[in-house]
Design a protein around this ligand. Structure first.
Ligand code: NAD
Length: 415
């Protein structure tokens, strides 16, 4: 969670874009607020027989381009403003990728680590009980997010199907593959990011086979990115990190060994034949590509001037502050902004919806090929806007995304 109110931050980013696009005041005002939100109290029978009431939300930010789409978070520090901001960012992300979807998000204030498996199941089902008439395949389609898993999606889909009186696999994405999930969802975020890195490298004249890479964060996004950098490009990953610190080898890490060590000790720090470095040192390494795949606000005005990478790929949400953005742009660091770089996840979620609607299951190669096309087209549209308007890549991503939503609203006669 950021210190700054995330929804105010999302509104500020939109305001900047509205100025570039010279948006009408009323159009701008409509885009500054969610179209609809639902607040629910969720009673759940606990294992000891008592009942606890949890607070939950579902926000549908804008559905001009299609049904809203976005994850559900189970987090003790969840707030309605975080959910609103994430719903706004989903709107821009879906638009940028050319998906026929709007943006939404949901959340429940709870600590899933303190719940038993049966309590978690009852909470998941009870949330759907409260929101099911508000969501659905042609209205609003949730997905996993912080602390919600494919198993949670399976319970939610089952509950929705019972209430609707028919199997409705397309009401939710991120399901296990045997009940309507899509092949390729697991590493979709990292893989989508790789396609944008490939395009950017071509732009910068960077030979990926000889490129060195440092990755902050070694979870789902960062770990998959490390293996894919090697597998797809033959690049050399010299450093990775987690919340405890980093592991560095200037000749290239043995990723299998680092992975095994992390599985055994829960950290990459001190993994065999590596040097220990801090997260701060990792960000400032002399590498070709820096991948931010952990947290928000890690590249700030304090360290942006020390970034030596030619390319910064933001798999994490919000790793770079607006002040740092300016410094990176002036220093010629090419940034692939978060809602472009990490859009592979929602894109494969959209593929899951399409497969559910058509009752068909695509093979893995088909998923990769379609993902590549979507990510490449989105990257190209952002690069063109960046050059056309003379603005940085993040501003350009906003311009492309917001412009499409505005056009849809105009064509539908909303504004
Ligand atoms: P994750 O929980 O699997 O991994 C997070 C990693 O960050 C872990 O290795 C953790 O140790 C590390 N980390 C935590 N605190 C850190 C710190 N202070 N310094 C350095 N590393 C630290 O999460 P994830 O799914 O890989 O998500 C990472 C980022 O990517 C988040 O910003 C998330 O919003 C974004 N993202 C993920 C997906 C996805 O499909 N997984 C999709 C879109 C965006």
């Amino acid at each position: 969670m950021t210190e700054q109110n995330p929804f105010e931050m999302a509104q500020k980013q939109l305001d900047e874009c509205a100025a570039i696009l010279m948006l009408d005041k009323d159009v701008h005002e409509l885009l500054r607020h969610p179209m609809r939100e639902l607040h629910v109290s969720i009673p759940v029978r606990m294992d000891d027989g008592s009942t606890r009431v949890f607070q939950g939300f579902r926000v549908q930010y804008n559905n001009a381009l299609g049904p809203t789409k976005g994850g559900i978070r189970f987090h003790p520090a969840e707030t309605i403003d975080t959910v609103r901001a994430l719903a706004a960012w989903m709107t821009w992300k879906c638009s940028l990728l050319g998906l026929p979807l709007g943006g939404g998000k949901g959340g429940v204030i709870c600590n899933p680590k303190a719940l038993s498996e049966t309590e978690l199941e009852r909470l998941s089902r009870a949330y759907i009980n409260q929101v099911w008439q508000f969501i659905g395949p042609d209205k609003d389609v949730p997905a996993p997010d912080v602390y919600t898993t494919p198993q949670v999606m399976a319970w939610m889909m089952d509950e929705y199907s019972k209430l609707a009186g028919r199997n409705t696999f397309g009401c939710i994405t991120g399901k296990p593959v045997c009940i309507g999930g899509s092949c390729g969802r697991e590493d979709a975020t990292a893989r989508g990011g790789m396609y944008t890195i490939r395009e950017a490298a071509q732009e910068l004249g960077l030979n990926l086979k000889n490129a060195t890479v440092a990755i902050q964060g070694y979870g789902n996004a960062g770990c998959n990115a490390a293996f894919l950098c090697k597998e797809l490009f033959g690049a050399t990953v010299v450093a990775v990190s987690d919340s405890k610190g980093g592991a560095y080898d200037k000749n290239g890490l043995n990723l299998e060994s680092v992975c095994g060590y992390k599985a055994a000790t829960r950290s990459v720090v001190d993994s065999p034949h590596t040097e220990v470095i801090t997260n701060e040192e990792l960000l400032e390494l002399e590498v070709d590509i820096l991948i931010a795949a952990a947290l928000e606000n890690v590249i700030t005005e304090r360290n942006a001037g020390n970034i030596k990478a030619k390319l910064l790929a933001e798999l994490a949400n919000g790793p770079t502050t607006p002040e740092a953005d300016k410094i990176l742009y002036e220093n010629g660091v090419h940034v692939i902004p978060d809602f472009l770089c990490n859009a592979g996840g929602v894109t494969v979620s959209y593929f899951e919806m399409v497969q559910n609607i058509s009752m068909y299951c695509w093979g893995i190669e088909e998923v990769y090929e379609r993902l590549d096309k979507k990510m490449t087209a989105a990257y190209r549209s952002v690069l063109d806007a960046s050059r056309g308007y003379g603005i940085n890549m993040r501003q350009a991503a906003y311009v492309v995304a917001v412009d499409r939503v505005v056009e849809a609203m105009r064509l539908r006669g909303w504004v």
